[in-house]
Design a protein around this ligand. Structure first.
Ligand code: GDR
Length: 345
């Protein structure tokens, strides 16, 4: 039986990947950081809690990484953990560099020491490209990151390449462009949009306030991306692959699509500079030709499908809550959402 260790299993990608690996009969271990408030709502949403084995691990601590490898004895390690909120990396740049960047060196060093035959996947990011001015980007496009997160991801990307070449470790990088789904965290713009649109539709709030509406991103459907990640790891030779849809839409266009799905007026859309970053990438779209030709991977869903599916999911959550149903959900964890929940009881 193949055994996978998924770091960041409590995150969106980690949870969808765990579901996919279980469907392929893997034994799945997942690492999580001990916190005063546990964060297992995604795992419970997909009903995975009894199917996976959870191992405490902290990416800043080599001993805990070695321990997790010894406990799980994986054939494949998927590094889905990072401090993944780009805006936050401007607030805590050094912590981000450590967790998103240096931790990859810790992971690969531990693999090199314990068992260099373990295959390794690294979640690289389109944020590594920065404003290079020539989208759509492919695996060879220049990378000039402009956020602390992008710099950290690029350093991890180079570390993977280095371990591949120096020690022949089967280390793979997936350069993933934005990918979204109902398990997205509320801090990210697409879920912020779908959640607010659902509340507006049900009369629970009256506006959707965002930062930079003109940023263009390439938004795909996350469950398709974890499938691409799985396929990369099954190749004989480790390599880098872009996963994207090759289609760009602005934040404004995504929001309009979401509002139109719910049948609400566009005048609820507001802008506030509080939600802007010190610097933002203007346009990111990705060329997935290599993933298509080598992995036979092709995205089925585009940003308008993604917007609709996310709005439908958030509408259902708020309706279920209004009907008094209990279900795993992140809204309880956010002060602004909790206020709405309390007010409407
Ligand atoms: P991103 O995702 O930074 O691209 O990183 P995010 O959804 O946070 O931002 C996308 C774009 O929307 C603009 N924006 C806002 N963003 C947020 N979060 N909140 C707002 O109110 C808002 N208004 C406008 C942003 O400025 C940005 O241009 C995601 C993460 O998943 C990373 O971990 C991953 O590596 C990359 O995608 C690929």
């Amino acid at each position: 039986m193949r055994t996978a260790l998924v770091t960041g299993i409590t995150g969106m990608d980690g949870t969808y990947l765990a579901q996919l690996l279980l469907s392929k009969n893997y034994k799945v271990f997942g690492t999580f950081r001990r916190a005063s408030t546990p964060n297992f709502w995604r795992i419970m949403s997909l009903g995975l809690e009894d199917k996976i084995s959870l191992v405490p691990m902290d990416l800043t601590d080599s001993n805990s990484i070695i321990n997790a490898l010894r406990i799980s004895q994986p054939t494949e390690v998927y590094n889905m953990a990072a401090s993944s909120y780009v805006a936050d990396s401007f607030e805590c740049p050094l912590a981000n560099l450590d967790i998103t960047g240096s931790a990859v060196m810790r992971l690969l060093d531990a693999i090199h020491t314990i068992d260099p035959h373990i295959k390794f996947y690294q979640s690289s990011s389109s944020e590594m490209y920065g404003n290079n001015g020539a989208p759509p980007m492919n695996e060879e496009s220049p990378m000039n990151p402009i956020s602390p997160y992008g710099v950290a991801k690029l350093s991890a990307h180079h570390i993977v390449n280095m371990y591949r070449k120096a020690y022949s470790i089967h280390a793979v990088s997936g350069i993933c462009f934005n990918h979204e789904a109902p398990l997205r965290g509320l801090d990210f713009v697409t879920r912020k949009i779908s959640n607010a649109v659902a509340k507006i539709k049900l009369g629970l709030c009256d506006n959707l306030t965002l930062g930079n509406l003109d940023a263009i991103r390439d938004w795909g459907w996350a469950p398709e991306y974890v499938n691409g990640i799985y396929l990369m790891m099954q190749q004989d030779e480790p390599d880098d692959y872009v996963l994207a849809t090759n289609y760009g839409a602005s934040v404004r266009e995504f929001a309009i699509e979401a509002m139109s799905r719910a049948g609400i007026d566009e005048k609820v859309l507001k802008q506030d500079k509080r939600y802007r970053r010190p610097i933002d990438i203007d346009k990111l779209t990705g060329d997935y030709t290599k993933a298509y030709s080598v992995l036979d991977w092709e995205p089925e869903y585009n940003y308008f499908d993604v917007a609709k599916m996310m709005v439908d999911a958030d509408l259902q959550r708020w309706k279920d809550w209004q009907d008094g149903k209990m279900f795993p959900w992140d809204a309880y964890l956010y002060p602004n959402e909790a206020k709405v929940l309390r007010r409407c009881k």
